[in-house]
Design a protein around this ligand. Structure first.
Ligand code: FES
Length: 102
């Protein structure tokens, strides 16, 4: 399985996740404490980008109808999010953040 570089470490902060499109998937790269995580960026409930939502600790709140997801696991915590989010493996290679899609 291939690792794909999607952004630089400095482009992601706890307050400011990074939105990226890779192989037709819209993904969000989030930083929680000192770790990076990648989840689907599009809320499963309707079309809203979770990278434009509200990050609090290890959760993100959808900006449209306020579903709350756990970032590291993708688990739907509350609200009308419909299902858990897909998560993707992340690694840091030098200054690059890389994702594994398969
Ligand atoms: S679009 Fe995210 S909760 Fe409705």
């Amino acid at each position: 399985m291939n690792w794909v570089s999607v952004c630089k470490v400095g482009q992601v902060s706890e307050d400011s996740p990074f939105s990226v499109k890779v192989e037709d998937k819209e993904l969000g790269v989030f930083k929680v404490e000192e770790n990076f995580f990648a989840i689907e960026d599009i809320c499963p409930h309707a079309y809203a980008l979770l990278t434009q939502g509200f990050v609090e600790g290890r959760t993100v709140e959808c900006p449209l109808h306020e579903a709350i997801f756990d970032i590291p696991t993708g688990k739907l915590e509350s609200g009308p999010g419909c299902r858990n989010l897909n998560t993707y493996a992340v690694r840091v290679d030098g200054d690059d953040i890389q994702l594994q899609l398969a």
